[in-house]
Design a protein around this ligand. Sequence first.
Ligand code: C5P
Length: 242
Amino acid sequence: MRPIDLLYAGKAKSVYRTDDPDVYIVKFRDDITAFDGEKKDTLGGKGRYNAEVSSFLFDYLEGHGIATHYIKTLEPATIAVRRLEMFPLEVIVRNIAAGSLVRSYPFCEGDLLDPPVIIIDYKSDALHDPMLNDDLIYALELATPEELDQIKAMALAINEVLQEYLDERDIILVDFKLEFGHHDGEIVVGDEISMDSMRLWDKETGASLDKDVYRFDKGDVLETYASVAERIFSPPRRGTLS
Ligand code: C5P
């Protein structure tokens, strides 16, 4: 399976068509951006950590009955995925108040959100990803009520699986972003699940283990990504039952 031509270059990934119309190749680049693209850098090796974590978590979700676009890893930082018809939605699940939620609403950072809060943004660089609600989603015909119900149910199911997996590794899943698409009439998780798209805190120290390290100059981004990847690939920590 070989890339034929570049279909789309996003801020941190490039998507290629292949000789199989049902398969795309995604290359995770070493580029990192924040604040709507205002802050940008290239960090050698970053793409590989995100690709490996994403692939691992997609595999793990598949093992828990959740359909994803992941097929296989072709080479470091490069994966083969099923072609999806994407919903132009960014589905954010929040377990703890942080980031833009704290900036825009009267929450304090660290407030527990139980049940989790789902926020859905319209994926549009030109419009700066404005927040949607259900009525706007239907008015814009971005998804039907049945599709939206399923997307939300999948997002919550994914949250439970990931939250438990990360908790066993002393990592708190604060929030994360998902993207969904259609494949053969089925709703499937696409894009990535990585340190760029999750907000993770160390359970003991509260330290950021994700892109906030880059956003807010909290430390060595590559070192953080490498150590999180290692923790994610490791068995549960000592003392964890199950
Ligand atoms: O910035 P905010 O607090 O709204 O982000 C919530 C979560 O969604 C974070 O984990 C962030 O990394 C992720 N996110 C993303 N891509 C975006 C917006 C948010 O991965 N375009």
